[in-house]
Design a protein around this ligand. Structure first.
Ligand code: MN
Length: 251
């Protein structure tokens, strides 16, 4: 019976993580460790300067007070599982997509990245929708992917960024391996005044959008497919070596 370590960045109370936990239970043991609040956009941060406390919510279900998704992976693996590797680290289902450069901010994807750093095959799941997300339907797709990966495996140093369209299970057109796309929006800094007349600022995007190039993550979900982008930990830009060789040649 496989063991799964399940984390997210939306908080332990989010409908996405609870739908995925329930859908995974028939497959094996599901150890859930999630932050106590919404940390979307927290990226891959690990808490080094503060103590962390864990609260038990139910059997195999914990929250980390002030913990990040990467903290949750660490405490789940090292404390709850006592360093016995789970078969998969799963992160999500995130309430909203993680496409293109979102990956670099995403706490959801960072949960999977942390699992991979610890040597465990990992998958991040996100829902391509903003409201009325059908998490039970999306969880069925996640379970299909989990079953296939358990059976066939995943290459070393690889983790998956999965985005599922907000459609009924039957309406989904299939799975598609994709490349990371590009955002077509920028955040703005909004300025407001507090009750004392002092300014404060809010970084936010007014509208979201991505470039719809064929073969990208965004293109797949826009066309009703599940987008599966294989990611790697090695961020080296190998193509740049040739163009930057002059740096080595300088005196
Ligand atoms: Mn989130």
């Amino acid at each position: 019976m496989p063991t799964f370590l399940l984390v997210n960045d939306d908080g332990y109370f989010s409908p996405g993580i609870n739908a995925l936990r329930e859908a995974l239970k028939p497959l094996g043991r599901v150890v859930t460790v999630a932050p106590d609040r919404n940390l979307s956009g927290v990226g891959h941060s690990l808490t080094f300067t503060e103590p962390l406390r864990m609260r038990k919510i139910d059997t195999d279900f914990y929250t980390v007070i002030d913990g990040t998704p990467a903290d949750c992976v660490h405490l789940g693996y090292r404390v709850i599982l006592e360093e016995k590797k789970p078969d998969l680290v799963l992160s999500g289902i995130n309430e909203g997509p993680n496409l293109g450069e979102d990956i670099t901010y995403s706490g959801t994807v960072s949960g999977a990245m942390e699992g991979r750093i610890l040597g465990i095959p990992s998958i991040a799941f996100s829902a391509f929708g903003r409201e009325n997300i059908m998490f039970e339907e999306i969880a069925k797709v996640c379970v299909d992917i989990v079953k296939m990966v358990l059976e066939k495996g995943m290459p070393e140093d690889t983790y998956l960024n999965v985005n599922v369209p907000n459609l009924r299970y039957e309406e989904i057109r299939g799975m598609m391996l994709t490349r990371q796309g590009k955002r077509a929006y920028k955040e703005r800094v909004f300025k407001y005044l507090d009750p004392y007349g002092k300014p404060f600022y809010w970084i936010a995007a007014e509208e979201f959008g991505w470039k719809a190039e064929e073969g990208t993550d965004y293109w797949a979900v826009m066309n009703g497919y599940v987008s599966i982008t294989p990611l790697q930990l090695d961020l080296t830009n190998y193509r740049a070596f040739k163009d930057l060789r002059y740096l080595e040649d300088s005196p």
